[in-house]
Design a protein around this ligand. Structure first.
Ligand SMILES: Nc1ncnc2c1ncn2[C@@H]1O[C@H](COP(=O)(O)OP(=O)(O)OP(=O)(O)O)[C@@H](O)[C@H]1O
Ligand SMILES: [Mg+2]
Length: 257
């Protein structure tokens, strides 16, 4: 099954969609790896109800200075054209428990977190995420969902290159529509599949968004309504659940299969 990047503007519901999809896929008997590639995301573990592993991928690879050294060597021409952190392909079941934590058939891993002020940009995180995804093999009943930081920086960092498709979460705002158009162009350039999921909509905003995205030839693959219960569960830091959205989630999962 595909490796899917979940993208969108700040606060549109990326982590919420990743969580709801992951839980529904688990319900369906699938194996799911959630990759947190957002270095400032603190709430995802609580949302999916899986504790982070002891190490981030960055820590597992020796920390940011070690990763930076390798990237700098590549820039100086002492390494291959692309710095490689993984030499062999590996499947989900052979990933080290040092950086992947499983709760039944649902796992969480984090690429890295910003731990200190002035520690530099997040580019090394993009480099290891891309290389990890490029070496990750996924079987028929396995899914990989990649939660990203707000905006389209992950396109620049090459994370999309290591994935198969992009799902763009679109909340009812003009900014979200403009960003979706940009992301669709970048996804096409990367040669990957693209689709939108409307989130936090009511009847009126859904209709307007459908019209706006149709005018831009952007396919809508799923629709999640605004739910005050969901917002409340998130606020209280509890594991997310949205029983009213199960039918929509099942449809979305079928459409992208
Ligand atoms: N369908 C929905 N109904 C009500 N509230 C929602 C819905 N989807 C998301 N939210 C709320 O919107 C807020 C942002 O959601 P979430 O953290 O998933 O967004 P995000 O895109 O991951 O944000 P960030 O850009 O910070 O990573 C949260 O308070 C969440 O509970
Ligand atoms: Mg998030």
């Amino acid at each position: 099954m595909p490796k899917i990047v979940i993208s969108g503007r700040g606060g549109c519901g990326k982590s919420t969609l990743v969580t709801l999809m992951a839980k529904e896929l688990k319900e369906q008997g699938k194996t799911v790896l959630v990759i947190d590639s957002d270095e400032s995301n603190l709430g995802l573990a609580a949302m999916i109800g899986v504790k982070p592993a002891e190490k981030t991928l960055m820590d597992y690879l020796g920390g940011k200075p070690a990763v930076m050294d390798k990237l700098m060597a590549q820039i100086r021409g002492e390494e291959n054209e692309r710095a490689e952190f993984f030499m062999e392909n590996s499947g989900l079941s052979s990933l080290s428990p040092e950086f992947v934590n499983w709760n039944g058939s649902l796992a969480l891993m984090q690429i890295g977190k910003i731990e200190h002020t002035l520690e530099g940009c997040a580019c090394p995180m993009g480099a290891i995420a891309r290389d990890f995804l490029n070496h990750l093999t996924v079987e028929e009943d396995q899914w990989v969902l990649i939660d990203t930081e707000a905006g389209v920086e992950h396109f620049g960092r090459g994370i999309v290159e290591g994935a198969d498709s992009v799902l763009m979460v679109v909340d009812p705002s003009n900014d979200a529509v403009l960003l979706t158009e940009k992301a669709a162009e970048l996804t096409e350039e990367a040669g990957k599949n693209f689709g939108a999921v409307l989130n936090k909509v009511d009847e009126k905003t859904r209709l307007i968004l459908e019209e706006m995205l149709a005018a831009k030839n952007i396919m809508i693959k799923g629709i999640l309504p605004y739910s005050s219960t969901l917002a409340q569960i998130n606020l209280q830091g509890e594991s997310l659940d949205m029983p009213s959205a199960i039918e929509e989630l099942d449809k979305l999962i079928t459409v992208i299969t």
